[in-house]
Design a binder for this molecule. Sequence first.
Ligand code: ZN
Ligand code: ZN
Length: 320
Amino acid sequence: MKSIGKANKKLRKLKRSFLHDESYRVNRYFNNAFIDHLSIIIIFAVIMQQELFPSEQFSFFSLGSGSSGNCYYLGNSRYGILIDAGIGPRITKKRLAEYGIDFSSIYAVLITHDHYDHIKSVGYLGEKLQIPVYATREVHRGIADSPLTKTRMNGSKRYIEKGVPFQIEDVKITAFDVPHDSDNVGYFFEFEEHKLTLVTDAGTITEEVAHYICKANHLIIESNYDEDMLKNGRYPYPLKQRITSGSGHLSNRQTADFLAENYSSKLRNIWLCHLSSNNNRPDLAYQTVEKQLTRKGIKVGTEVSLQVLKRNTLSTKTNF
Ligand SMILES: [Zn+2]
Ligand SMILES: [Zn+2]
């Protein structure tokens, strides 16, 4: 009897261990299946998210750059932002159309300062087309007081403050002080993983300006004049002094030296802007910057792209 009892006990033990093993196997099977299915669901969700909300490709180009008119475009397939409005409305429209862009997709115009080569069509864009125009209070006052701007702005004015970020759709924008002989700002744009800085009409590169230049992956920077051409040129002495003073413009050499000294490998694109027609040449500006960068071992064209923005021509479009 004892042996039968022992045998039963053993049998129960075996049954328990078998059941335990089975349930373990079953659990393991379901756990593995669950993980497999979860991975598939996650991969599918990522694909769907990319299909439904693809990361927007942005592009940048210049519609014209220099004392005869400045206007730059930054945007994606849904909307665009113009920086400065120094080109007449008809040409602005025509040059945008060359890249298939209509005024209706321009969500904002940002103004750097109130000099006429930056604000020529601001009244038209703001009041006639009802595109919001962003500028500091002082710049808006300058635009309103300018005898050259025909259309007075009312409803389209948007006030910004230096150092206080604002948002246009997916783009975070910060205006910062740029020394010039008028209240002037540079703009720092953050979108997706990109950082783009625009600095024009800069008398000098202050610590603050340097801070925003050094953060950029994409940089639009003034390279206004060749120092020898200005020195030996026909400009009257007071004008030469105004240009070279800390509140005038940046020379090719100043820009080249700064870029070579402060180069960061995250910088992918450099566009030289606002070249003088009398005291500079595109090839000279390019060579001056290229030479300084090369001297520091930076491979122009492979490590970083360098382009000169022409005065009266639409530039190529760069996508990123
Ligand atoms: Zn200017
Ligand atoms: Zn200016």
